[in-house]
Write a protein that binds this ligand. Structure first.
Ligand SMILES: O=C(O)c1ccccc1NCC(=O)[C@H](O)[C@H](O)COP(=O)(O)O
Length: 241
């Protein structure tokens, strides 16, 4: 059985690595330099970095130069998220050398454009399915954007390669992942799913690992690492077993 991939998160707001609660603007706790955080995860053995430009996601500016600097400094694979909604922002994201980008709002608001870039870029494009209940949220998770399963069926039919699934109610809360949601999404698609939001313990990671046969490929871990609930080395060991 393939092992669960772990993606430590670096979310950037106003030049700082931060954690939010429920993805809400204004709920930030700051953790200093994004580059230092990313290099720390890399030297701890990460194979992936989940890098988010929160200002671009919220429409409060962007951290494009810093994001490019961080992505450029990585020897590991980078998944880039936040505010990638048109040709210019997609080109800037891909120019960082990231392995893939994560589209959110665009999949809800400009589906034709998303279908076009999926056709052009294949598995360099993932779509973030960020939900409250089964309602998708866009614009930095601030606006409703349709039904999860209708959108998933549409994206599947367009050849979307992968989904990053976040239960917003869990994100940044250390309350554990929404395993039922992950199972339901895996049952609705043959494409790999990356779990995001709420991981609080090594037991949570082991529970997500049990969903690998159902289609979960990876797990994004943010707050738990910054809060030192466990180390990345411990997490990598836990999912390798
Ligand atoms: O990814 C986005 O585009 C985004 C937009 C608006 C608010 C938050 C956003 N992402 C947050 C993350 O991807 C978190 O890093 C991730 O869900 C980790 O959550 P946790 O382990 O609960 O800290």
């Amino acid at each position: 059985m393939p092992k669960l991939e772990l993606l430590p998160a670096v979310d950037v707001r106003d030049g700082q690595a931060v954690r939010l609660v429920h993805g809400e603007s204004g709920s930030e706790t700051s953790y200093g330099s994004p580059l230092e955080a990313a290099l720390a995860w890399q030297s701890s053995g990460a194979e992936w970095l989940h890098l988010v430009d929160l200002d671009a996601a919220f429409g409060t500016g962007d951290n494009r130069a810093l994001i490019a600097e961080v992505a450029g400094a990585m020897d590991i694979k980078v998944e880039l998220s936040g505010g990638i909604r048109d040709d210019a922002s997609l080109a800037a994201a891909l120019a960082t050398g990231c392995r893939r980008v994560n589209l959110g709002t665009a999949a809800l608001e400009t589906p034709e454009w998303v279908a076009k870039v999926i056709a052009e870029h294949g598995d360099k494009i993932a779509v973030g399915l960020d939900v409250r209940g089964t309602t998708l949220r866009g614009r930095g998770w601030t606006r409703d954007g349709g039904d999860l399963y209708e959108t998933l069926a549409r994206l599947d039919s367009e050849g979307c390669a992968r989904y990053v699934v976040t239960d917003i109610a869990k994100d940044g809360t250390l309350q554990g992942p929404n395993l039922a949601l992950l199972r339901d999404v895996c049952a609705a698609t043959d494409k790999p799913v990356v779990a995001s939001g709420g991981v609080s313990s090594l037991a949570d990671l082991r529970a997500i690992s049990l969903l690998v046969p159902e289609g979960v490929e990876g797990a994004i871990v943010g707050k738990a690492l910054y809060a030192e609930a466990f180390t990345l080395e411990e997490a990598l060991k836990a999912v390798a077993a």
